[in-house]
Design a protein around this ligand. Structure first.
Ligand code: SAM
Length: 122
């Protein structure tokens, strides 16, 4: 199976101009843990997870660009799912934005999505 077979659309993304409380609200209300931060063209600039929100609290940081991870590990829609799982384990992360050739965000794949997929087969 390829990434494109399990990708969910439309992607939930946010701009770097949102506040930290707004980002935490999106994570809770949308029941997600990976929020890609995008520019005006929807291209990936960073990623926020609940871990980064905790960091904002611990270090009294107030802006998204201060707490987001800027070096984002991503995958393309044409990659096999196994490659996504490998990237997650190699980088100690639990979700990857899926981007097109222009780095536009198409969706997110989480470890939860992969475990559901495996659970379906066993
Ligand atoms: N292992 C846990 C997990 O998977 O969420 C927590 C540790 S992980 C190192 C937490 C950090 O990873 C956060 O700062 C988050 O921004 C970052 N992160 C999550 N997904 C990422 C991705 N696809 N690319 C780069 N950094 C990512």
């Amino acid at each position: 199976k390829l990434v494109r077979d399990i990708i969910k659309r439309p992607p939930i993304v946010a701009k770097a101009t949102i506040s930290v409380p707004e980002a935490s609200k999106i994570l809770i209300e949308k029941n997600i843990n990976h929020l890609p931060i995008v520019d005006e063209n929807n291209c990936i600039m960073g990623i926020i997870t609940s871990w980064d929100i905790a960091k904002a609290m611990a270090q009294s940081k107030t802006t998204i660009s201060d707490i987001m991870t800027k070096y984002v590990v991503w995958a393309s829609p044409d990659e096999p799912i196994e490659m996504v799982a490998k990237k997650m384990s190699a980088n100690n992360i639990s979700g990857l934005p899926i981007v097109d050739n222009n780095k536009k965000v198409l969706g997110v794949i989480s470890a939860e999505d992969i475990s559901k997929l495996i659970g379906h087969y066993i």
